[in-house]
Write a protein that binds this ligand. Sequence first.
Ligand code: URA
Length: 205
Amino acid sequence: MSVLYELCQEISSCRKCPVLAENRTRVVPGSGAEDADIMLIGEAPGWHEDQQGIPFVGQAGVFLNELISSIGMNREQVYITNVVKCRPPNNRDPLPEEIQTCRTWLNQQIELIQPKIIVTLGRYSLAMFFPGKSIGKVHGTSQIRDDIIYYAMYHPAAALHQQSLRKIIQDDMLRIPSLLNKTGSVSQAEQQPEQLNMFEVQNLE
Ligand code: URA
């Protein structure tokens, strides 16, 4: 049994947020390759995810699968998880204290998987790593921090509500392979920041 598997077991029995623990059907720790180069981080499970215990299996997940296959990969080759591992009741937004509490799980997942690229899906995921950044401004751009490339994208569900975002999201996804190539070594990318479409440098902590 891997350490990540054991961590996910631990996450599955978490009751740190009483309201989430009481209202959920299943915890949704994450799924995919334990040594994935690409980690995609969404917001929180929805109804379908809560039923199945697997991230992105509803309508947004169908689009996410399409996006992943557009770069010649499948969901078993990446790692998919969320900022918050339990479905907030009535699909409400996750609360700041829930995000904060759940962060320790996400941090441990990142530590174990050591992805080359973290793709933030939507504003909650972006805000976790780059508070104050606007998704409308930074989507499709990246920034290196602690040897990981962070790449901001709109949440796939955004395309379900706003058709005009679909192509933007598809185009942003298609930039990932070239980013991944640049990580031959991330330090190489660090030496050539002008070749990456970076967030403003002052936002590096
Ligand atoms: N939306 C998310 O942010 N995560 C899921 O797992 C499903 C929908």
